[in-house]
Design a protein around this ligand. Sequence first.
Ligand SMILES: [Zn+2]
Length: 160
Amino acid sequence: MNAYEQISLQIPGEVERLMEDRSILREDAQKVILHAETTGRKLLNSATGHFLAFHRPKAVTYWAEYVRTGDDYRLVTAYSHRMAMKSSGSTQEWVKSGSGSEWLCNQCQAPLEEQTVRLQYMQSIFPITLPACSGCGFILVTEELATGKLAAAEQALEDK
Ligand SMILES: [Zn+2]
């Protein structure tokens, strides 16, 4: 049995349908959660108590928002994008706009702030303003961004 299979994950019906549409498998979500829980690399929403984390096993970044109750997990939503977040861990070049976010970096115990970061897809690099952690360089790609603007940009670049 693989380690991720031990993640006891409850997926509500509407989330299951969403994942089907987005070609995300149950094991993709389990791997995100396993990665987040073993490394501590995750965000905590101070308003809802939800966790949000990502994992990029190959050319796709998977995100999972979830709730933890003891050893059980319930998936709130899952999404993916192919564009890579280009952060070397150095945040010195980031331009902070100062506005905060309801998401806290679990590792740094610090709120995310809007910063100018870079995303890369194939040969193209985009500067973009996203909530990110100044401490460790964790960049938040929201579901709205991943399924909207990023999906459209990925499509446009592939069509070139
Ligand atoms: Zn951090």
